[in-house]
Design a protein around this ligand. Structure first.
Ligand code: NAD
Length: 355
């Protein structure tokens, strides 16, 4: 098969990690008989420098005409003083909304070889953990009615959490289907003891549950969930939650893996086309040194193969190769704790050797 992939390398370490991921995909293509065509587009600071705007029209069009999109990262000190709507990060919201990506999938997995990097006590993570957070991405309080006004005590500001049945049903469908492909356990996280929007969320989750009889569904209040994630992360398989709760919980979950350079993500809409990116930023402090960890971006490609192209074997080959490289003790500087480490290109070579 032929697949057209839009490449948004972005800023800082973006070009280095995306180049590594492209090398991996090219080898996968040769091994399994696929052709991946890559077309680069500008986004973020480099787009501002070249065109005056963080998300040029050609980039949006290129992404919409592709089969899928791979993004490195955007931003850096050079553009930090620009006004909000001209900042590189503005392009991220822009491209997600142009592609109508309402689902964010964020796995948080503790790799056995990296247990020592986890900030939690050894007995808590003795068996590792493997969580998939399904976060609603285009609704809720970040997009609700907002404003400033004069209130009883003077100046005040407000933001509104609002979810429609349609928005809840479509994200829960993704969550149930994701649970079906994994260990069939789904925890829906809300604040139904206080919020009406959460009560509607909870009601709809339970209306849908009979359609997925194999999935064991439970509810958890978000405050409890924040605690349970550090008390016993292994209890979770798939989590589904709102935009803001997902924003906060997915960062908490990523931190307990202890390795920001390892975590991929996928943003999906109603079509097979998705946006795949590492969860970390552009790491300007290490940009251009060939020492960034490319694994999060390489694993983002594994997610692309799985979710956009249904290439299960090929996706597993990447994940297994990463596991083998880590099990053999190879590390980039961020995971080496001062011990000898491999460069970005060297660890990519090792992953390719193990494909
Ligand atoms: P960051 O994630 O870029 O870096 C945080 C720390 O982690 C740094 O010490 C960095 O060197 C390290 N790090 C990150 N990724 C790494 C990797 N792959 N390998 C090794 N080390 C890695 O976060 P930050 O420093 O807060 O932000 C830097 C810039 O990135 C800012 O301009 C910010 O706005 C932007 N940002 C972009 C995105 C995105 O593009 N999706 C996300 C977050 C931050």
């Amino acid at each position: 098969m032929n697949y057209n992939i839009a490449l948004l390398k972005g800023d800082g370490i973006g070009p280095e990690i995306v180049d590594s991921a492209v090398r991996v995909l090219e080898v996968i293509g040769k091994k399994y008989g696929h052709v991946f065509n890559f077309t680069p587009y500008l986004i973020g600071g480099c787009a501002i420098d070249a065109t005056g705007e963080p998300l040029p029209k050609e980039t949006v069009e290129g992404c919409l005409n592709s089969d899928s999109v791979l993004l490195g990262a955007v931003g850096g000190p050079k553009w930090d003083t620009l006004p909000g709507n001209m900042r590189p990060e503005k392009a991220l919201l822009g491209i997600r909304s142009a592609m109508e990506l309402f689902t964010n999938l964020r796995p948080a997995k503790l790799y056995p070889a990296l247990k020592g990097d986890c900030p939690l006590r050894e007995d808590i993570v003795a068996n590792g953990f493997d969580i998939m957070i399904v976060r609603e991405l285009t609704g809720g309080i970040y997009f609700g009615e907002r404003g400033m006004r004069e209130g009883k005590y003077g100046e005040e500001a407000y933001d509104t959490e609002c979810y429609s049945r349609m928005e809840i049903e479509r994200i829960c469908k993704v969550a149930f289907e994701t649970a079906m492909k994994r260990n069939k356990r789904l925890v829906s996280i809300d604040k139904a003891n206080v919020l009406d929007s959460s009560r509607l969320w909870r009601k709809i989750v339970h209306e849908m549950a009979p359609m997925y009889p194999e999935v064991e569904v439970s509810d958890m209040l978000v405050d409890n969930a924040a605690m349970q994630l550090v008390r016993n992360p292994a209890q979770f398989d798939v989590i589904v939650t709102t935009n803001m709760f997902g924003d906060i919980l997915s960062d908490e979950a990523s931190q307990i893996t202890g390795s920001i350079g390892m975590l991929p993500s996928a943003s999906l809409g109603n079509t097979k086309r998705g946006l795949y990116e590492p969860i970390h930023g552009s790491a300007p402090d290490i940009a251009g040194k060939n020492i960034a960890n490319p694994i999060a971006t390489i694993l983002s490609c594994a997610m692309m193969l799985l979710y956009s192209f249904d290439l299960v074997k090929e996706s597993e080959a990447i994940v297994n190769a990463v596991n083998k490289v880590l099990d053999s003790g190879f590390r980039t500087a961020d995971l080496a704790h001062g011990a000898p480490s491999l460069s970005t290109t060297e660890i990519t070579d090792k992953i390719i050797e193990n494909l």
